[in-house]
Design a protein around this ligand. Sequence first.
Ligand code: C2E
Ligand code: CA
Ligand code: CA
Ligand code: CA
Length: 278
Amino acid sequence: AKELGRDNFQFYHPEMNARAMERLVLEARLRGAIDRNEFIVYYQPQVNLDTRQIVGLEALVRWQSPELGLVSPAEFIPLAEETGMIVPIGEWVLRTACQQMRQWQLAGITPVCVAVNLSARQFHLKDVDSVIMETLRETGLCPSLLDIEITESTAIQKPDETRLTLERMKSVGINISMDDFGTGYSSLSYLKRYPLDTLKIDGSFVRDINASDDDPGLVDAIIAMTRSLNIQVLAEGVETEEQGRFLARLGCRVAQGYLFGRPLPAEEIEPLLRRGYV
Ligand code: C2E
Ligand code: CA
Ligand code: CA
Ligand code: CA
């Protein structure tokens, strides 16, 4: 069969072909979605573990597709990243989130920080910090109310450029968070080198905490490390009261997760934001 060559492989692997076709269809739909602006920003509260006060919101994109319904970012962000479509999508999310925060602020709601995810592709654009500054200027949002989330894998690409970009953002007052901490290639040296404000402990470590065992596992070590580095820590994916209590006992002050609230569209998060706690 090998002699038939590459052009015939689809004959032998029809399922592969089907997957490639699906991808093409999704890619075409995603391009259309950008033109028709089918995206929505959801917001998930970040809360103080002791007081349940809302101290921030994470902006999480959704795709409202007429054909597919509400599509989770897990299903389209990787493709968007590969094709570069993440750049216009990400810039739209950033602008929308900043606009929304400013609007709430003008409506008299006590402002909290908004955290926006930047993909590797978006972060490593050479003018990313000017795009962000321009967006802040246009929307009138104070830089100290913006929190940029990047992952470890984004941060380890081009470390010198990354540090300079982060320092430029930092110098104007933007907050920097390291997302999904512990899932990637972690190195103490860059945690020390980069101007990080917050480290977000990935939900997979939080999930390891359960009532039946007292083993603090890696969470304890991560929290202790942030203390010695003088970086804030936020626990992600907190789903149970036990996990919340356990984290608080270890010295973690801020958390995010279904226990405190799922991501919601702006109009549904607004009453919670007005109240100030969950
Ligand atoms: P992430 O940045 O780690 O976001 C946290 C994800 O965990 C969100 O999934 C959120 O809904 C989910 N989550 C929150 N609390 C809990 C919990 O208690 N339990 C569990 N099991 N999950 C929880 P979502 O919204 O589906 O987003 C998935 C990923 O897609 C994000 O992970 C992020 O990497 C990416 N993403 C979302 N919005 C954007 C965006 O605007 N730009 C970029 N570049 N990536 C985005
Ligand atoms: Ca995130
Ligand atoms: Ca995360
Ligand atoms: Ca994640």
